[in-house]
Design a protein around this ligand. Structure first.
Ligand code: F6P
Length: 327
């Protein structure tokens, strides 16, 4: 065990994700079991800059494993992007005698951590917490499973009404730059098609596909559209196909932030517990500036630089499979 680390701070940053609380709980309880002191930082890097840092004891994280959101609050910090902001954050950590930080978040969080690591010598371990699942170095990020479950539940409800009225629904799910949520939602809900940022689907092809399925007596259809789809979100796609699919009454549904809330699924609770636990063990073993992830069910570590810069490709076989199964 590293003798240097006695006081660990934990924060959540970027978009919240169901399961973040379970990760905070795991960090606090693991650290406490090793007689380390834990401090919570409110509102991510914003609270680090402002010195909004408070003691977290074992009992403070009781009764949160099942709760969505984050008890630590979160923010996307503009100030941490500047040298002056990071200097203020460093000074706050020094003022509270913090030896190491566990940062739970996504791309923006680890981009901030990479900059900080080059300027100051306070070890960081990152835990991937984002519904988007868009980080290299982990098969799953905390919140992804829950958000897909939520989107699928919404799709099941839309299916009932789409079926009753013979309608074509374009349903938009989150995913600014990635189609993981959209693809899994489409497979799990039996959607007709899926549009994602990684693979361009020309509108003409989509129209042809939907015409064919109408000919096969499919009287209603659902198409999942990722928010970041290059040819447009659900409303834009609906506008583009207007007049070309007269057999359907076309509707749009945007699931939006509904996908970010709610109780974490069992998969997210277990994942968050494992990652939180491993993050603390990693710090006391002297590891730093790495993201802890899960690959093939095993804990792995990836440098922040790689986690944010390397592409995590979509599984194109799954995309093809989704099309086959929709016939
Ligand atoms: O990064 C997660 C995410 O939920 C994206 O899918 C989405 O584009 C974005 O956050 C929305 O962020 P905000 O709630 O800050 O608008």
């Amino acid at each position: 065990m590293s003798a240097d680390i006695k006081r660990i701070a934990v924060l959540t940053s970027g978009g919240d994700a169901p399961g973040m609380n379970a990760a905070v709980r795991a960090v606090v309880r693991t650290a406490s079991s090793l007689d380390l002191h834990v401090y919570g930082i409110r509102r991510g890097y914003e609270g680090m800059i402002d010195g909004d840092i408070f003691r977290l004891e074992r009992r403070d994280v009781g009764n949160i494993i099942h709760r969505g959101g984050t008890i630590l609050k979160t923010a996307r910090s503009e100030r941490f992007k500047s040298k002056a902001g990071r200097k203020a954050a460093y000074e706050s950590l020094l003022a509270h005698d913090i030896d190491a930080v566990v940062a739970i978040g996504g791309n923006g969080t680890f981009t901030g951590a990479t900059k900080f690591e080059k300027e100051y010598d306070i070890p960081f371990i990152g835990i991937p917490g984002t519904i988007d699942n868009d980080l290299y170095g982990t098969d799953f990020t905390i919140g992804f499973d829950t958000s897909v479950n939520t989107a699928i539940e919404a799709m099941d409800r839309i299916r009932d009404t789409a079926d009753s009225h013979n309608r074509l629904f374009f349903v938009e799910v989150m995913g600014r730059n990635s189609g993981f949520i959209a693809l899994n939602t489409a497979i799990g809900s039996g959607a007709e098609s899926v549009l994602i940022p990684e693979v361009e689907m020309p509108v003409e092809r989509l129209v042809e596909l939907l015409r064919k399925s109408a000919k096969r007596n499919k009287l209603f259809s659902m198409v999942v559209v990722a928010e970041g789809n290059k040819t447009g979100g659900a409303s834009e796609i609906a506008a583009k196909v207007k007049g070309q699919l007269d057999m359907f009454d076309i509707k749009v549904a945007i699931i939006g932030h509904l996908q970010r809330g709610g109780a974490p699924s069992s998969a997210d609770r277990v994942l968050a517990s494992r990652l939180g636990h491993s993050a603390v063990l990693a710090l006391v073993e002297g590891k730093k500036n790495l993201m802890v992830g899960i690959e093939n069910y095993k804990i792995s570590f990836t440098p922040f630089e790689q986690a944010i810069s390397m592409a995590k490709p979509i599984n194109e076989d799954l995309l093809r499979m989704a099309e086959t199964l929709a016939i």
